[in-house]
Design a protein around this ligand. Structure first.
Ligand code: F6P
Length: 338
């Protein structure tokens, strides 16, 4: 059978009534921007894109040159097409309404332009994450508060991982699908449709250096995983930590696993490290559509009502039964039974 290019896949989805013309255009534009970012990432030292930009983002983190460049690429590509009412980026303090000089559409786009960017300079995979919401009825100048919708309201979510190959992973609520970039042809080709995450796993991902800062149920859960075959879980677990969420999620979509970034008391002003709107919600939608799960440790991620555009949240995602197990430790602790 002839390979299916993303453009054809999206046109067929539109003909079948699964997406409308504006959402198709939006996805084409995001995919095109990701190709440009992929090419910049791939140039590495030859493209003068490595190293710090000399600026900080809204979270006070040092920005890499590629963070800034990826943000500009996504902004520029999406401003003028007429499919968006506004956009928000992890790298920008406030939402950006589409200037009135351009046509406006009905969607809101949120993105983390380059997730895992501490990995750029060491040539380890990074990625772009995005999420699409509907602009509330009657709103023509979307502001921050119009983006504060639960993850269950997402129309579409995806990420592109810039690894040995560049892969775009997408869901618009009808399964999770993977498209690999054919660098010679310049197009994304469908390489896995209806991805299914194994329900059980023997692999977990966590930054163990934070162990002493975790809450009691987290300590207990990891202690039992590490105890292996002779412990309460009765099986040995393997551990991985890439420090690039996109790559961890991609591994989990491929062979299962659980990824965790729990809340800790290292910095009491932060409820976790990862951002609800740019990381947890889109990955949660992608995982659920692949039969996996995404939780705060105490409930479904996609049910959380956001309070701020840059809100942080504890994240547990991956194989369904293992996420449920991690939740059980937290809920038992909260109810005084552990
Ligand atoms: O900011 C997000 C992120 O870079 C994720 O991609 C990654 O999972 C995590 O932070 C890495 O955290 P740490 O620096 O604690 O290993």
């Amino acid at each position: 059978m002839k390979p299916t290019a993303l453009s054809r896949y999206l046109i067929e989805a539109q003909h079948q009534g699964h997406i409308n013309a504006d959402l198709r255009l939006l996805l084409e534009v995001v995919a095109r921007a990701c190709k440009t970012i992929s090419s910049a990432v791939g140039k590495g030292a030859l493209g003068d894109v490595l190293g710090d930009a000399g600026s900080g983002n809204v979270q006070g983190e040092a920005q890499k040159k590629l963070d800034v460049l990826s943000n500009e690429i996504l902004l520029e590509a999406n401003e003028w097409g007429g499919h968006l009412a506004g956009l928000a980026s992890e790298e920008m303090e406030h939402a950006h309404a589409i200037p009135s000089s351009y046509p406006r559409g009905n969607y809101l786009l949120l993105f983390d332009p380059l997730d895992g960017s501490s990995n750029i300079d060491v040539n380890v995979s990074v990625g772009t994450i995005f999420s699409v919401l509907r602009c509330p009825d009657g709103v023509t100048e979307p502001r921050d508060e119009h983006f504060l919708q639960p993850g269950s309201a997402q129309v579409c979510a995806g990420y592109t991982v810039y690894g040995p190959s560049t892969i775009l992973v997408l869901t618009f609520g009808r399964g999770t699908h993977m498209f690999t970039l054919d660098r010679e042809q310049g197009s994304f080709i469908l390489t896995r449709s209806d991805v299914q995450v194994p329900e059980d796993t023997r692999e977990f991902a966590i930054n163990m250096s934070n162990q002493r800062f975790w809450q009691a149920p987290m300590q207990a859960y990891i202690r039992d995983l590490l105890a292996g075959k002779t412990g309460p879980r009765g099986k040995d677990f393997n551990m991985r930590w890439i420090a690039s969420m996109v790559s961890e999620v991609h591994r989990i979509l491929t062979r299962g696993g659980i990824f965790m970034y729990p809340t800790d008391n290292k910095d009491p002003s932060k409820a976790g490290r990862l951002r609800l709107m740019y990381e947890a919600n889109p990955m949660g939608f992608i995982l659920e559509q692949a039969g996996g799960a995404c939780s705060t440790g105490r409930g479904r991620m996609l049910d959380v009502m956001p309070e701020g555009l840059h809100q942080r949240i504890p994240v547990f995602l991956g194989s369904r039964n293992e996420v449920a197990e991690a939740e059980r430790y937290h809920l038992n602790h909260d109810h005084g039974s552990a």
